[in-house]
Each structure stands twice: as C-alpha cells, then as structure tokens.
Design a protein. Structure first.
Length: 538
C-alpha cells in the first residue's frame, strides 16, 4: 500500500480495515443470564418456557433482535405447540424505528406468522397478537409499507382495548404509534400520545426495558427532551447487558448538550457491543462519541475513535447504522474543526457503501467535500462534488426514499449557497443559505444520527458574520442553539457575534459556556483560544 499522507492516514487505514461487506450470519453472544430488565408476558405455552419467553420479549424491547430471535426459536423447539414463539420471531424481523424490512426480512416474517398460525394459540388474546403482526406482513408484495404499518398499529390498538390489563399490548401499541409518526410533523402528536401511554404504565413496571426505551424515542426532540431525562438515566440501569440500552440515553443527553454523560453512555455501549461482536451497534455508539468529543474540543479522542473500525457485515441487524457511522465520523471530524482542506480531500472508501437502499449512508462524505472545497475558495471542486451529491439525491428519489432525499436536498442547498459565496455572489449566497436553514427547520433528524454534521442555521450565522451582520448572526446562532444546545461552534459564533455587536455581557456568557464545556479540550481550537483571550480581559 502506498504511503498515506498526514491527517488522512487514520481515515484511510480505518476504511481499509473494514473490508468488503459479505453476507454473513450476525455473530452474537447468548446474553445468558445477564440483566436485560423485567418483563411479564404470560403465554399459554408449556410453563417451563415462560421465563425464557419473558426474557426473549425483554430482548426484543431493547432491539436485541438476533438474540431475541434465537431465544424465541429455542422456545419453539422446546414447545412445538407454542405459536407465540413464532410470533416473537416474526416481531424480530420488523425493526420499526430503524428502517423498513428488506425483502428477506419480510419473507422470513411472513413465514414465522404462518408457523405461529399453524402451531396455534390457546387464547383469544394470543390469537390477537398473531393477527396483529400478520396485518403487517400480509400481502407485503402488493401493499405499501405504511399501509401495512398502520394496519399493525390499528390491530394493536384493538388488542389493547380488549385486554386493558395487558401492559404488553399497550406498550407494543405505543411503539407502533411512535414508529408511524410522520416525519416533519412538528406537532409531535404521535410522539406525545405514545409517551402518555408509556408514562402511565411506568410507575407499575419501573424495571420494564421497553417503557424507558420507547419514552426516550418519543422525547428525542428539542421541545420534549427534558421530560425524557429521567427515562434516559433509568434505561441503562434497567438493561445494562444490552448495548442498545447503554447507548439510548445519549439520544436525550445529546438533545440537552450533556456531552460528558453522552460520552460515558457510548463508551459503555461500545464496549458491550464489542463483547457481543455487534459491529453495527459499536459503530453507532462511536459516531455519537465522535460528536460529543468534538463538542468538548477533545479532538484527539474523537480522532482515535475511528482510527480502527470493526468489520461490518451485511448480516448485522444494525448494518444501516454502521454504514452511516462509517461515512459520517470522518465528515464530522473535518467539518466540526472547520478544517476545510481536510474536508475537501475526503474520498468515498471503495467496497464499503452498497448503494441501493443504503445509498444515503455516504451522503455526508459528499457534503463535506462540497462545503470544504467551497469554504477554501475552490468553487470548481465544490461544483464537481455537488454533482455527486445531486446524483445521490436522484438515486434516493428514484428509490422512493423521500426522507433521505430531502436531507440530501438540504445539503445541496447549503453547498450551492457557499459556492455562490465563494464566487462573491453575496446576496444570492445569503438567500440560498436562508432557504436551506428554513428547509432544515421543518424536518427532524433520523434516530440513526446524533445530529446533522453541521446545522444549516449555524452555517447561516457564520455567513452573516462574514458579511459583517453580527446582530442577525447572533439571532441565527441563538435559534440554532435552541434546537441543538451547547454545540461548540454555535456557542463560539454567538459569543463572537455578540462581541461584534457590542453586547459584551452576552459575549462573556457564551464564551464562559464554551470554556466550561471544553475544560478537557485537547485540540488547538481557535474558538477556545479566542474565548480565553476575551475572558482574560478586565
């Protein structure tokens, strides 16, 4: 291999260590007797399988899909007449909050439903559970995903209404309500409805993993995050064996800018995932780690996170999350440090991103290249990179992946704004950047990410600063901080804008917050140097 250059060495070597993804069975541990929380899901199967059934459902509630599937399969072998064991297998193929099932998952899920019906269920309640999951898988080849997802939700609603004492029916119904929330619905109607259902049960079942888990997902929004903090601090203690349970609290910690808590959460998750050979979960935790470290100015630690990456295989249940993390960590590292040359020099690693339904996972690399080239004044290179982003957008539209197509479209708008700025078309650049910020404001982040690599409104503030409009820049930075609190560069931007606008009291407040967050900083950040210089003045 040719000698790599400078800062790109760890990035290139990390990509090369991934290898070519190949179809493989996900490797995992048995999660034996380790603590995954307490679930009581009574079934009419052989009483000796009841403890394992409770455990399998607990695993399911922490999205430990492969382990849950294995345990449900073991139960089915022990008691061939246990139709609910096959129901459990069917449930493990529908990852409601992650991504729509693949064709393989849909076929496997439908096959499990047929086995459940064939094995039989001894109670009307159990037949209701099987009918509900069948409503999702039935006719999957001809009926759209959302139509089937809503049918699943309605069936669970009816099941819960018929069995008001069955907490599991209510919990699974709440999850379906949350999963079916429309992207961009700023009223958060589904999220609030689901959260209310879950909160009503939590007092009775404080050690239930699904309750804390799903409350976090319901409250993973700027206006709701504070009320999800108790569930966040509770979940990892409920199910400490689960890598996902150890990671999930960081969704709320990130929303609230609690960077050290996010770091601790994801270090624990990373270690647990490595123990279980769960590369997708490990990579997912690492992306959140990189994000949090960079907000604290701990750049050396952030860089070390992606210097050597675990091998990701297509059989991994969190494959999509792993792919996204591989494409995003390097982009975050360059862009958060405003290392434009480094961002512009990024390349897409060979034989990693498969395209197709996962084409969106490489978007942040292209975005980093566009923004990096534009910010260092190379409009030609930025336009060439923008063409690749446009091609990716078209691929996503053709594949009817409209959420990620819209996210890439926002990145194109940001890129075109900074290209115009680099070409001294200042009015056009500002118009485009405002439009991009407005566009991003009406969307929400996907659960796979702690946040976009650079918020559009934060970038609008930077452009306004460069145009010598500090009052408007301050407004943009403060608006950005309301939805993404405690971000290092937004704090710096707000402080700098306030300083230029003559509001020294506010400048001092923001610079002080920045230094408090960056008390363990190990990078040579301009933002930190300027904060120290300002605060040293009498």
């Amino acid at each position: 291999m040719k000698k790599c250059r400078m800062a790109l060495v760890p990035i290139v070597c990390a990509w090369l260590s991934i290898g070519t993804p190949a179809m493989a069975q996900h490797e995992h541990g048995a999660a034996g007797s380790e603590n995954v929380g307490n679930v009581e899901f009574q079934v009419s199967c052989d009483p000796k399988v009841q403890p394992d059934f409770n455990r399998a459902v607990a695993l399911l509630h922490s999205f430990w899909y492969q382990n849950a599937a294995d345990l449900f399969a073991t139960i089915a072998k022990t008691d061939p007449s246990c139709g609910m064991a096959h129901w459990g297998v069917a449930m493990t193929h529908y990852h409601q909050l992650w991504e729509p099932p693949t064709d393989g998952d849909l076929m496997a899920g439908l096959a499990a439903v047929e086995k459940a019906k064939s094995a039989g269920a001894k109670t009307e309640r159990e037949r209701g559970y099987i009918a509900a999951v069948e409503a999702f898988y039935k006719d999957f080849a001809s009926v759209p995903h959302r139509t089937r997802a809503l049918a699943f939700e309605r069936a669970l609603e009816q099941l819960s209404a018929r069995n008001p004492q069955d907490h599991e029916a209510a919990i699974f119904y709440a999850l379906a309500v949350r999963a079916n929330a429309l992207p961009g619905d700023k009223t958060l109607t589904n999220q609030k409805k689901a959260s209310a259902i879950l909160e009503n049960i939590l007092a009775e079942e404080p050690e239930h993993p699904g309750l804390a888990h799903y409350i976090i997902h319901c409250d993973d929004y700027p206006g709701l995050a504070q009320q999800g903090l108790d569930a966040a601090r509770r979940y990892a203690k409920i199910a400490p064996a689960s890598p996902h349970a150890l990671h999930m609290p960081s969704h709320i910690f990130t929303r609230l800018g609690l960077w050290q808590e996010s770091i601790e959460s994801n270090l624990a998750s990373e270690a647990a995932a490595r123990k279980e050979h769960g590369a997708g979960d490990e990579l997912h935790a690492r992306d959140y780690l990189v994000y949090a470290y960079l907000q604290r100015g701990e750049d050396s630690k952030a860089k070390k996170v992606f210097e050597a990456l675990p091998q990701l295989r297509t059989g991994d249940p969190a494959y999509f999350a792993g792919l996204y993390s591989i494409g995003t960590m390097v982009a975050r590292y360059a862009l958060e440090r405003r290392s434009w040359a480094e961002a512009a020099a990024l390349t897409v690693p060979p034989r990693v991103f498969p395209g197709g339904r996962y084409a969106w996972t490489e978007a942040n690399i292209h975005f980093a290249r566009v923004l990096g080239a534009a910010r260092k004044g190379d409009a030609g290179a930025a336009r060439r990179a923008l063409q690749q982003l446009t091609a990716l957008h078209d691929t996503l539209v053709n594949g009817q992946d409209m959420y990620w197509a819209e996210q890439v479209d926002i990145q194109r708008e940001i890129g075109s704004a900074w290209i115009a700025f680099s070409e001294r078309n200042k009015d056009d650049a500002l118009r485009r950047m405002r439009a991009a910020a407005d566009h991003e404001d009406v969307t929400d982040k996907h659960p796979v990410t702690p946040g976009v690599v650079l918020p559009a409104r934060e970038l609008l503030g930077e452009m306004l600063l460069e145009l010598n409009q500090p009052m408007l820049a301050l407004e943009a930075f403060e608006t950005s901080l309301r939805s993404a609190p405690e971000r290092l560069h937004a704090l710096y931007g707000a402080a700098r804008a306030a300083q230029l606008a003559g509001n020294l009291r506010k400048a001092r407040t923001y610079y002080s917050k920045l230094l408090t967050n960056c008390i363990m900083a190990d990078g040579d950040r301009l933002e930190i140097r300027e904060a120290k210089t300002f605060l040293a003045r009498k």
